[in-house]
Design a protein around this ligand. Structure first.
Ligand SMILES: [Zn+2]
Length: 349
């Protein structure tokens, strides 16, 4: 076959090629082992000497023409195929999405974290202690010796005899912290944790509940320091206009002891169902740490003083999120829990 005919056929072939697979077949047809250009090349030796040079040149020209055209077409086809692929894989954002079920933090955990963050910003450490506790730490070192009537109010789960129990308050963590500190000041800790009492479970009672206790020991600590600290936390939780008042109370481990009321965030003190028409809500028990408690934990009450406070986490969360049954905090039925999953619960500040 003549060089011109091969060139013509080759050009037609290359012009009509529409995909990479067909292009590769052309490469084999012309440059493969038995390809048409390859065979032209092997014919050079049969050409008379005087024509060899010219023939060789023409074969080279055809080969070069094929190669450059082939490269151009290959680049173009690859680009086209890529664009097609991208177009076919594009996401149609107008289609409705599949609903993905998302978890949300337990509302009680969320509240505790919020309280922790406020106290940490005031320099408090968050500390933890054992839930299975010794009577010594849960009662005796908090000024509640065996046989004391104050023990009756905390109907305690004893595990072994009269020495090992499920802690009925988080206060033993404070005792442990002071003992560990060996007189080091200041002590600034917050101890959120589970506590246990023999209570029948109902809307407002639970045999297991969360306390958030705090302790500060330093020089010249007074009730007004306590009030300032409580103010910060209740304003953060219930709004900047929340007022605080102290009422005298009685606890073994503090002297004086107080109950802390906040102005009702619902009616702003006018009286409503939430505050039982008193305008006030009790949120916390607190007081100045009893000198005997300091002494037993290795702090000289002549030199150091402190305050302690305890919030019921469920009580705070029930008030803050308008929940009337504390059992929902421990409910695992998603249909009920969902009712309290309000996404980002609004902050009052
Ligand atoms: Zn009210």
């Amino acid at each position: 076959m003549k060089v011109e005919e091969i060139t013509k056929e080759m050009q037609e072939d290359l012009q009509s090629v529409s995909n990479l697979k067909a292009l590769n077949e052309l490469r084999i047809k012309y440059l493969g082992k038995k390809g048409m250009i390859t065979e032209l090349n092997s014919e050079i030796k049969n050409v008379p000497n005087e024509e060899k040079k010219a023939f060789g040149q023409r074969v080279n020209e055809v080969r070069t023409l094929f190669q450059t055209t082939y490269d151009e077409i290959k680049t173009r086809l690859e680009e086209e195929e890529l664009n097609q692929k991208l177009a076919s894989e594009a996401i149609d954002i107008s289609l409705p999405s599949t609903k993905v079920s998302m978890g949300a933090p337990n509302i009680l955990e969320k509240l505790i974290e919020e309280v922790e963050e406020v106290f940490m910003s005031m320099g408090y450490d968050v500390v933890d202690g054992p839930e299975i506790e010794e009577d010594k730490y849960n009662f005796e070192m908090l000024n509640i010796p065996k046989g004391h009537p104050a023990r009756d109010a905390q109907d305690t789960f004893y595990l072994e005899g009269e020495e090992i129990l499920l802690r009925s308050q988080t206060s033993p963590v404070q005792v442990r912290t002071m003992l560990k500190g060996k007189g080091k000041v200041p002590v600034r800790v917050i101890c959120p944790g589970k506590t246990y009492r023999r209570d029948d479970d109902d809307a407002t009672h639970s045999h297991q509940f969360m306390q958030i206790e705090g302790l500060l020991v330093d020089k010249d600590i007074s009730l007004s320091d306590l009030k300032g600290t409580i103010d910060v936390i209740v304003k953060k939780l219930f709004g900047a206009d929340t007022k605080t008042r102290f009422r005298p109370s009685y606890y073994q481990f503090t002297e004086p002891s107080v109950e802390v009321d906040i102005s009702c965030f619902n009616c702003k003190g006018k009286g409503c169902n939430v505050c039982k028409h008193t305008g006030w809500l009790t949120v916390c028990g607190a007081g100045v740490v009893h000198p005997d408690v300091l002494r037993m934990s290795g702090y000289d009450p002549e030199v150091w003083s402190g305050f302690a406070f305890g919030f019921g986490a469920e009580r705070l969360a029930m008030l803050k999120y308008d929940i009337d049954d504390l059992r929902v905090f421990y409910n695992t039925d998603l249909r009920e829990v969902k009712n309290f999953d309000r996404g980002e619960l609004e902050n009052n500040d």
